[in-house]
Design a binder for this molecule. Structure first.
Ligand SMILES: Nc1ncnc2c1ncn2[C@@H]1O[C@H](COP(=O)(O)OP(=O)(O)OP(=O)(O)O)[C@@H](O)[C@H]1O
Length: 318
């Protein structure tokens, strides 16, 4: 169980990139990206279109060679000859490839054989896990995008890998499909110790599932956030409304709470004492004759945090 390992002092790094860069004919798609992803971690890799997620993932999977830097899986350097590494890795990159004229069952059977897996029960088991059983006889080329994505994930899971590297695994899934895949990935990471690197545009999904988040912008890894520290990092505000906000704000200022009137005419404060104890603010305003008609703590979400740091040009990590 990874949860118990997590309490231990040091977890093993299983996916690592050491200052990798990729140039395409003078265009630098990825610049100096260092990742250290530990066992059992779900690393959410987020960035705008063209920010370098897929290029980084392709380098980690040995599909393209970094112009500079080195990638490692379980401590082993990724080279064109080191094939053993891939026994422990399952992956999907962009739209997962399949044989479009063959059925879902035939596709998975072929991939099982390619992986030299003798256990024939694994295909029905993985189809069941990914809710693909009823599509077993359907040609893969006729699947909806969401079901093609499930087929890709099923293929990636066939050999029970210790590491999953998934480029946009939620792509094309409907809301219930997203929840299913989230639960599946969480089960794999938390109960079976699988290490997951997943890129996604769905920031709220990443915030729900990832144990660590990396933000890539213009090819650079500009911020890494431990999920448990996410709420400390996201800005919070206490928003207050009274029948006389100008007078109420003077009372707050006199009491030492720095506040302002926002563009909706409401009082806003980022004072941590106020955010942590809104009841105290309420009591103060009632006592001064301006009882609040609204008192809410608003938290910035990952999406607005992401857009804020992108707008500021990003705080470079390295
Ligand atoms: N083979 C290539 N030749 C030239 N430029 C490329 C090549 N592959 C990617 N790029 C460029 O590198 C940059 C990063 O692309 P990449 O696909 O890694 O971004 P991404 O973050 O995965 O984007 P998206 O979310 O849209 O998939 C883009 O500007 C892209 O056009």
């Amino acid at each position: 169980m990874v949860l118990s390992k997590r309490r231990g002092s040091k977890l093993r790094t299983v996916i690592k990139s050491n200052r990798i860069s990729k140039n395409y004919k003078g265009f630098q798609a990825v610049k100096d990206v260092s990742l250290n992803i530990c066992e059992g971690e779900i690393y959410g890799f987020i960035g705008l279109n063209g920010s370098g997620k897929t290029t980084t993932i392709r380098m980690l999977l040995g599909m393209i060679k970094p112009t500079e830097g080195t990638c490692y899986i379980k401590g082993k350097k990724i080279t064109s000859t080191n094939h053993r590494i891939w026994r422990s890795v399952g992956h999907i990159v962009e739209t997962p490839p399949c044989y479009p004229e063959l059925t879902v069952l035939e596709n998975l059977t072929i991939f099982r054989r390619i992986r030299l897996i003798s256990d024939t029960d694994i295909v029905p088991k993985v189809m069941e896990q990914l809710h693909l059983t009823r599509y077993a006889q359907k040609k893969a080329g006729t699947l909806s995008l969401g079901n093609a994505q499930r087929l890709g994930i099923a293929k990636a899971l066939l050999h029970s890998p210790e590491i999953l590297i998934l480029d946009e695994p939620m792509n094309g899934l409907d809301p219930s499909g997203i929840v299913e895949i989230r639960k599946l990935l969480q089960d794999l990471a938390f109960n079976r110790g699988v290490t997951i690197l997943m890129s996604s545009h769905l920031l709220s999904e990443v915030a729900k599932i990832a144990t660590k988040i990396g933000i890539i912008h213009n090819g650079r890894l500009i911020q890494e956030i431990e999920s448990i520290k996410l709420s400390d990092l996201l800005n919070q505000q206490l928003v207050i409304d009274t029948r006389n906000n100008q007078s109420a704000i003077s009372q707050l200022t006199t009491a030492g709470y720095i506040s302002k009137i926002n563009n909706k005419g409401l009082i806003e404060t980022t004072d941590r004492r106020a955010i942590q104890d809104p009841d105290k603010i309420s009591r103060l305003l009632v006592y001064k004759g301006f009882p609040p008609t609204k008192l809410t703590v608003k938290e910035e979400n990952l999406e607005s945090h992401f857009l804020n740091i992108i707008e500021r040009g990003g705080e470079t990590l390295q």
